[in-house]
Write a new protein. Structure first.
Length: 451
């Protein structure tokens, strides 16, 4: 770590950062109020609002967004005539999945083998703490040289679009010269990385009906059309023999020109079982950053335990399609729905419903903000040069902000490197990454203010 004064300040603040992250992780702030109490999300929002007020932020507000969740906003005035930088993170988290599969409780921040474990530790409550650390370090070393706006979203993981719609209805609120999205991650621990592209996504629910009710499989099986079997055929049609995504009309062969992802490293990062092959064609980077990718997220059908010998009358699935830059997510949705309907066999009745969408994103990496970040990361990560990578995931707000503020430069950094296992059990954050990225963000703000 650098011996820069800002780095020394951040290092001294790390025990406080750990205590604060533990407080924030303790809120079960999953923005699915059928599964988790609304009060947990509201508690986390209140925590963030209090933290901003304590740092001298003005106009701190809990924004009631159209999807029924709250985003937290605050403004920290800088010197007169200074540029404005918007810092983004989200305090909502993915459900913990199987809590019994966690080594330690998901909502208790726990240190183990040099990492801090807990749901949201990296994605993206750690991002909230990263912004606070960067600002505190600047305040201790001469002051914050730009106007700062902070927005902490409350439903990013649900893809319900509340903050996007709120921003469109209040177009001046989040306007900035540069936007730092703290919800991405380094390509690997210790390699400073900005994410220059994001895949978009669409979520489609498909339902197939064949019978008025379930039938005895001995009496009717063999001639009666099985809705679950029909659904399995439809879902299988979304992949070629090698596992590549095949949605009729969607180009599958785009290429990634930047940082490459070693096959063996990917197998390790993805924890692929020995002897199991990777799917798709082209380079790993092509497959995960530049091409469409379909995933069946869930199927409604009888569980194995308690199943009866029946031909199924109805079956449903939720299908996700990741959409690469250069493809319109709305157009991809239409193609996916048309594909599902066209590949339904036996004249079965099929219906599709879109439940979520986000557009892909591509940044201008030649802008002054990128130069300022590269200089900052070289100090925070001595001997390392900033890398440009794609990300297979989606941050729908990026495109909303890019459309609202076409002049704004958008950078994506964050704590979600491969070892963090975001969205999986045993999510964790590297405290070293939190420390170094906080230093990088602080120095970026100073470099950017200097121009």
């Amino acid at each position: 770590m650098s011996s820069h004064p800002v780095a020394e300040t951040v290092a001294s603040l790390m025990p406080r950062a750990k205590a604060e992250l533990a407080e924030l992780v303790a809120f079960k702030s999953v923005a699915d109020f059928d599964q988790f109490p609304r009060s947990e999300s509201e508690g986390a929002a209140g925590w963030v609002a209090d933290a901003l007020r304590a740092e001298g932020f003005e106009d701190v507000a809990l924004l009631d967004t159209p999807d029924g969740t709250q985003s937290v906003y605050g403004h920290l005035p800088g010197p007169e005539g200074a540029k404005t930088v918007l810092l983004y993170a989200h305090y909502d988290v993915q459900p913990p999945l199987d809590e019994a599969a966690w080594t330690t409780p998901p909502f208790e921040l726990t240190e183990r083998d040099g990492r801090w474990y807990g749901r949201g530790a990296a994605d993206c409550k750690g991002g909230v703490i990263m912004h606070l650390l960067a600002l505190r370090a600047l305040k201790a070393d001469g002051g914050v040289p730009v106007h700062i706006k902070v927005i902490a979203e409350g439903s990013e993981e649900m893809g319900t679009g509340g903050l996007e719609r709120y921003a469109e209805e209040h177009p001046g609120l989040l306007e900035a010269d540069t936007i730092v999205i703290g919800d991405a991650g380094n390509f690997r621990v210790g390699l400073p990385t900005v994410t220059s592209t994001l895949r978009g996504m669409t979520l489609v629910r498909v339902r197939i009906d064949t019978l008025e009710g379930n039938l005895h499989s001995g009496q009717f099986g063999g001639a009666a059309p099985d809705a679950l079997a029909a659904l399995i055929r439809v879902l299988d049609s979304l992949r070629a023999e090698d596992g590549s995504t095949t949605v009729d009309g969607l180009a599958p062969e785009t290429r990634w020109e930047g940082l490459q992802y070693d096959d063996a490293q990917f197998r390790t990062d993805a924890k692929v079982l020995d002897g199991v092959g990777l799917i798709g064609s082209g380079t790993i980077a092509d497959r995960i950053w530049a091409r469409p990718a379909v995933t069946v997220l869930g199927i409604d059908c009888p569980p194995v335990v308690g199943a009866t010998p029946s031909v199924q009358a109805s079956a449903r699935a939720l299908v996700s399609l990741r959409v690469p830059p250069g493809v319109d997510a709305a157009e991809a949705t239409k193609l996916l729905q048309a594909h599902l309907e066209a590949h339904t066999p036996w004249g079965a009745r099929v219906s599709t419903e879109q439940t979520g969408q986000g557009q892909p994103f591509s940044a201008d990496t030649t802008s002054p903000a990128y130069a300022a970040m590269a200089e900052a990361m070289a100090v925070a990560y001595p001997g390392q040069e900033m890398q440009y990578a794609g990300q297979g995931g989606s941050i729908p707000l990026c495109n909303t902000l890019a459309a609202l503020y076409p002049h704004a430069e958008i950078l994506l950094i964050g704590l979600s490197e491969p070892e963090a296992q975001i969205h999986a059990v045993n999510e964790s954050v590297s405290p070293e990454e939190l420390e170094r990225l906080s230093v990088a963000e602080a120095l970026f703000l100073r470099n950017y203010a200097r121009g």
